[in-house]
Design a protein around this ligand. Structure first.
Ligand code: GUN
Ligand code: FE
Length: 473
């Protein structure tokens, strides 16, 4: 079916849209952690502004009437056989400038990697032409991978950060974008550092104002996020000032927290308390704070994070390289901490949230079983640590949405239509699924196979606010 371009797009180029249409599809989502909700045949009615107005399941009262009415007025869009509609993925932790480094430079610990590989790369974003080239490719890649909401660290550079925000808006990706604040001369090189705390704070304020008033951003598709890189790279004056900016503006906050032995130890040495306690004292632990990693969080930290309503971006693939430990995900969930998943490009060598789901499952199994074969089996692991594909899928969608407090991540009335259509029969990467009558795969098995084995080639299209932002219907 040929879709008309969105007339009210606000962005520079009009895009095809499903707004005002009724999509007929198999729906799978995980609104509640641990369970999946599967509707074999659903009508998803999308209103004119891209919100899901209604979801009717075949067999419900009125399904036939709704189907006939949509067919009659030409708004019915039928999905191809075997395709599955999922909520789009919410990637809670991406370093946009590190995209050129994706898949390399993972052979040294965090503190060495920052100084030898990452800061030199990030410093290049003083050049807006380079920034535009990379950010254009990154946002397109993430949309093709089904990431409908992205939480980005930018760099210290005002112009490059503005370019990233504009590209997200133009391409239609829901995003939080942060100007990285890093002013500590002891930990940041001269060539890549905010001149002082005042400059870091002023530039953060200016960027918040810029994003909030960006032409075409009236619905807040792109939002600013206050971004102290992590405690080691910031002075007390910078952290304190950014805490005040958070209180004044109500903007979201993101930073790295208790990521590795070195980083966790650095903060204990500097303050005699953990990252979580220190961030809280600086006013940076809010309901809209996203803490990356948290591998070394203590039970007390988790209690405080839950009390503040902050969230954790669990980045299991990155943790393999930099964290010296597996994030105790299940302990955090038991304590009521909000958790979503992140890729941590380029600490994690994948731009796909499907890989984050798989890594989260694998990491939890390694934590549960333990990894040292010289230790007796019954002593080797940490009992009750595993999650399964259902929980991983929930964290990558509804869980991330709850961390950000955004009405996305579920295929349900009142939520924005941020979704992907997965095609197991994609010519480039067919999956073996046997779900016909008498077949081997239950609907639950189908979702498991999608989460565990689908690739970018299986994502037929990606929609944000009803608009087709990647692929075609
Ligand atoms: N801590 C401070 N900066 C970074 C970064 O760029 N990546 C990761 N993984 N950890 C960090
Ligand atoms: Fe990171």
């Amino acid at each position: 079916m040929k879709l008309a371009p969105s007339p009210s797009a606000g962005q520079s180029s009009a895009m095809p849209t499903l707004s005002g249409k009724t999509l007929q599809a198999k729906v799978m989502h995980a609104p509640i952690r641990g369970a999946v909700d599967i509707i074999d045949r659903a009508l998803v009615a999308i209103d004119a502004d891209g919100t899901i107005a209604a979801v009717h399941a075949e067999g419900d009262d009125g399904y036939g009437e709704h189907e006939a009415a949509a067919a009659r007025d030409g708004t019915l869009v039928a999905s191809p056989p075997d395709t599955v509609l999922l909520p789009g993925f919410i990637d809670l932790h991406i370093h946009a400038p590190q995209f050129p480094q994706l898949g390399k430079a993972l052979d040294v610990p965090l503190e060495v990697w920052l100084q030898t590989h990452t800061f030199p790369l990030e410093a290049r974003y003083a050049d807006p032409v380079f920034a535009a080239k990379v950010y254009d490719a990154l946002v397109a890649t993430l949309l093709a991978n089904g990431t409908t909401t992205a939480v980005y660290f930018g760099t210290i550079h005002g112009e490059a950060n503005r370019i990233l925000a504009r590209i997200c808006l133009e391409k239609g990706q829901r995003a939080l974008v942060g100007k990285v604040a890093m002013d500590n001369p002891d930990e940041c090189p001269d060539y890549y550092r905010d001149p002082d705390a005042g400059a870091a704070i002023d530039e953060t304020r200016a960027f918040i104002e810029h994003v909030r008033t960006l032409p075409g951003n009236t619905n807040g598709l792109v939002r600013p996020v206050i971004t102290p890189r992590f405690i080691p790279s910031c002075t007390d004056a910078c952290l304190d000032g950014l805490g005040q900016v958070a209180a004044e503006t109500g903007a979201a906050v993101q930073t790295h927290c208790s990521e590795s032995d070195w980083e966790h130890g650095y903060v204990l040495d500097r303050y005699g308390r953990t990252d979580t306690r220190a961030l809280d004292d600086f006013g940076l632990m809010t309901r809209h704070t996203v803490l990356a990693h948290g591998a070394l969080l203590t039970p007390d930290d988790m209690t405080l994070i839950a009390a503040r309503g902050a969230g954790v971006a669990h980045c299991p693939l990155s943790n393999v390289y930099f964290s010296n430990a597996v994030f105790p995900l299940r302990r955090a969930l038991e304590k009521g901490v909000r958790v979503g998943l992140g890729t941590d490009i380029s600490g994690g060598p994948s731009a796909s949230m499907l890989d984050s789901c798989r890594s989260a499952v694998s990491a939890s199994r390694l934590l549960e079983e333990g990894v040292n074969p010289t230790v007796a089996g019954d002593m080797r692991g940490t009992p009750d640590s595993r999650i399964d594909f259902r929980e991983a899928f929930h964290l990558a969608t509804a869980g991330g949405a709850d961390v950000l407090d955004l009405p996305v991540g579920r295929i349900a009335p009142g939520y924005r239509f941020d979704a992907i259509l997965v095609d197991p029969n994609a010519a480039a990467a067919p999956l073996f699924i046997d779900s016909g009558p008498g077949g081997l795969d239950t609907p639950d098995d189908v979702l498991q196979k999608l989460v565990m084995t689908a690739t970018r080639a299986n994502i037929a299209w990606t929609a944000v606010d009803g608009r087709i932002v990647s692929g075609s219907v």
